[in-house]
Design a binder for this molecule. Structure first.
Ligand code: GLP
Length: 243
C-alpha cells in the first residue's frame, strides 16, 4: 500500500488524474474501472482539462463502472450512467460502445450480474481501478457482510449508505434500496487500484480500513492485500492516523 497525503481536495484530484493520465499514455487502449460519488468529481474535472488541452486521448479507452442502482432508468439524473456522462464521458472523446455501466433497467439481477462479469472477463480485467469509500467501508456497493462477495451481485443498501446518498435525491424515499455492484474479485484483480478519500467524516473509516485487520465487515480493508494499491487522501482524511 502506498499512501499519498495531499494538502487539500484540489491536490488530491490532480494526483489521481495524473495517475489515470499516466495509465492512458502508457496503454492507450487500457481498461479503466471508474467510480461515482462526490469524491471523483474533481478528478474527472482534471481529466477533462487535460483532454481539452490536447494532452489526453480517450478514443481507445474502455471504461467499466463499478456499480448502478437497480431499477433506475439511464436518463434519471441520479443514475450512475447519467453521472458518468455528466461528469466525464460527455466531455471527452471516449467511444460510446466502450462505456460499460451495470444496467439498472434490467430487474433480472442474476442475468445482469452474470452479463457484467462476462463484460469484465471479455476485456481481460481492469488496468486501473479508481475507488472512493463509503462511510461504512463499502467499495463500489460492496457493503459490510459476513464474507467478501467475489462476483458482481445485487445488494441491499445499508441504512447508512441510503442516508449518505440521499443528498443526491429530492428525498430519502427516492433513494433506491438495491444496487448492482462489481464484486471483490474484479476489484482485487485490477492491476492497479487508486482510492481517493477526503474530509474529516472519512477519517475514522480510513483508519479502520487500512490500519486495522482485514475483515469482510470492513470491505475496503481487503485492499491492504492488493499488490499495487495507492491511497490518496487529504490531511483531514488522515487525521486519525499517527505519522
Ligand atoms: C457511493 C458509491 C461508491 C462511493 C461512495 C462514496 O455509495 N457507490 O462508489 O465510493 O458512494 O461517495 P462519496 O465520494 O460521495 O463520499
Amino acid at each position: 500500500m502506498r499512501i499519498i497525503k495531499t494538502k487539500n481536495y484540489e491536490e488530491l484530484s490532480r494526483k489521481a488524474a495524473d495517475l489515470i493520465s499516466a495509465q492512458i499514455l502508457m496503454k492507450p487502449n487500457c481498461v479503466l474501472g471508474l467510480a461515482t460519488g462526490g469524491t471523483p468529481v474533481g478528478t474527472y474535472r482534471c481529466l477533462i482539462e487535460k483532454y481539452k488541452r490536447g494532452d489526453l486521448d480517450f478514443s481507445a479507452v474502455t471504461s467499466i463502472n463499478l456499480d448502478e442502482y437497480r431499477g433506475i432508468e439511464r436518463e434519471n439524473p441520479q443514475s450512475y450512467w447519467y453521472f458518468m456522462h455528466e461528469n466525464l464521458f460527455n466531455h471527452v472523446n471516449i467511444s460510446p460502445e466502450r462505456v460499460n455501466v451495470p444496467d439498472g433497467r434490467n430487474l433480472n439481477a442474476q442475468e445482469e450480474c452474470a452479463r457484467y462479469d462476462r463484460v469484465i472477463e471479455n476485456h481481460g480485467g481492469i488496468d486501473l481501478q479508481l475507488l472512493g469509500i463509503g462511510l461504512d467501508g463499502h467499495i463500489g456497493f460492496n457493503e459490510p457482510g459476513p464474507a467478501f462477495v467475489l462476483e458482481t451481485h445485487c445488494v441491499d443498501l445499508e441504512e447508512s449508505t441510503i442516508e449518505a446518498n440521499k443528498r443526491f435525491f429530492e428525498s430519502r424515499d427516492q433513494v433506491p434500496r438495491q444496487a448492482y455492484t462489481m464484486g471483490i474479485r474484479a476489484i482485487m484483480q485490477a492491476k492497479k487500484v487508486v482510492m481517493i478519500v477526503n474530509g474529516k467524516n472519512k477519517a475514522e473509516i480510513v483508519k479502520k480500513s487500512f490500519f486495522g485487520p482485514v475483515l469482510p465487515e470492513v470491505p475496503a480493508s481487503i485492499l491492504q492485500l492488493h499488490p499495487d494499491f495507492i491511497l490518496i487522501g487529504d490531511e483531514e482524511a488522515f487525521s486519525e492516523i499517527e505519522d
